[in-house]
Design a protein around this ligand. Structure first.
Ligand SMILES: [Cu+2]
Length: 297
């Protein structure tokens, strides 16, 4: 983000006109606002004039952001190289300077180069890309499970090992407390303990939904009759991560936000004790599910 602020300052210097300075000022203000908003509110949510991804939370999101940043460099270099070639060809071989064009139709060395170099670039991109893909796939190495169910138009969170389940509805704009973001705040957030790998089992009850929390790098479809897996690890407690359903699912699609609230271990235990009274469900997974031969007799 500071790089963007610097870029905007340079832009303001470079474009001396009043309008341009005003525009650059607005851009700088937006970046400053974005920085202060993400820092002060201790929450990951979209902010006005945001130009970058939301700050990543957890090892998965950090890897995804690193890959994004790497690809941005690769794309920029390729685009600049192609642009430079186009300009060079346009100027050097224009009709007035080059009245008798060359009849060359093949150049083996160049043809090999423009095949091999892109292949090498793609292989280079594939290595970190596959590393991330297989890291995302490690859902078996998790410490707890939360089942997420998409409904028209709210989410239901179920903690099968704890025997609790609850619905999560958006809070209407009229009922928001100071500091609560509009269209993102819910009555019962998905509460998670910090520093824990959590397996998410994502499914749906009616139409297609999608569970999307940008700062946690999770975007998984919620289908009826099918359970998709993902995992998250939320490193720091006292943070809130906002997301939204991002598969158009009906008239109230925009009003089923996701609020993931990470708590320090002790606070999570207190929340859980209370939630077991408030949200007790009958979907409990028995502690001992194995049937031994002795007990079967
Ligand atoms: Cu939706």
């Amino acid at each position: 983000m500071p790089i963007l602020a610097k870029f905007n300052a340079l832009l303001a210097q470079f474009l001396s006109g009043r309008k341009a300075a005003k525009l650059a000022g607005v851009l700088c203000g937006g970046v400053a606002l974005a920085l202060s908003a993400t820092g002060a509110a201790m929450a990951a949510a979209p902010v006005p004039w945001q130009m970058d991804l939301q700050p990543p939370a957890g090892s998965l999101a950090e890897m995804a952001t690193d890959l994004h940043n790497l690809l941005l460099v690769v794309i920029t270099l390729i685009s600049l190289f192609v642009l430079a070639l186009l300009i060079y060809v346009g100027v050097r071989f224009r009709a007035s300077r080059n009245p008798n064009p060359s009849k060359t139709s093949h150049h083996t060395v160049i043809e090999i180069l423009w095949t091999v170099i892109p292949v090498l670039i793609l292989v280079g991109i594939a290595v970190p890309s596959f590393r991330l893909l297989y890291y995302m796939d490690r859902t078996n190495e998790t410490d707890m499970v939360i089942k997420v169910t998409g409904n028209q138009w709210y989410w239901n969170y179920s903690y099968p090992d704890e025997g609790i389940a609850f619905d999560s509805y958006m809070v209407d704009a009229a009922d928001l407390k100071p500091g609560q973001p509009r269209l993102l705040t819910v009555d019962n957030p998905m509460v998670v303990p910090e520093g824990t790998r959590i397996k998410l089992l994502i499914t749906g009850n009616d139409v297609m939904h999608s569970f999307f929390v940008p700062s946690l790098a999770v975007q998984i479809y919620a289908f009826i009759g099918r359970t998709n897996e993902a995992w998250i690890d939320v490193p720091v407690g006292g943070q809130t991560y906002y997301g939204q359903c991002n598969q158009i699912c009906g008239v109230n699609h925009a009003y089923m936000p996701i609020e993931v609230k990470a708590l320090p271990k002790a606070e999570y235990a207190a929340w859980l004790a209370n939630a077991k009274k408030e949200f007790a469900s009958n979907e409990v997974v028995p502690a001992q599910t194995e049937v031994t031969l002795a007990s079967a007799k």
